[in-house]
Design a protein around this ligand. Structure first.
Ligand SMILES: [Zn+2]
Length: 95
């Protein structure tokens, strides 16, 4: 396996990110792409579960845990939320 990590949802290279000390994460790799379909569609299911509209999941992997993917909860600004809604609409309209 190479050290080259990419997001399976948008094929963009993951960014290295050091978690806060209290999280015990150490270094993780995150998809910071605001166009990522995973990120855009996660807002919809989070709001369905009653979460605040401004939250979404980013795709992330944890190298300390066999590079297992997990959901990194993150802030979604209103401008992107609009894009996310358009994206979800475009999915809904396809049969
Ligand atoms: Zn992505």
């Amino acid at each position: 396996m190479s050290e080259h990590r990419t997001c399976p949802h948008c094929s963009i290279e993951l960014d290295s990110w050091i978690g806060p000390p209290e999280s015990m994460w150490g270094e993780i790799f995150v998809c910071n792409n605001n166009e990522c379909t995973y990120y855009l569609s996660s807002n919809d299911c989070l709001t369905e579960q009653g979460a605040k509209e401004s939250l979404a999941f980013r795709y992330a992997v944890d190298p300390m845990n066999d590079n297992k993917p997990f959901n990194l909860l993150s802030w979604m600004p209103p401008s992107i939320r609009e894009k996310a809604r358009e994206y979800m609409d475009s999915i809904d309209s396809t049969p």
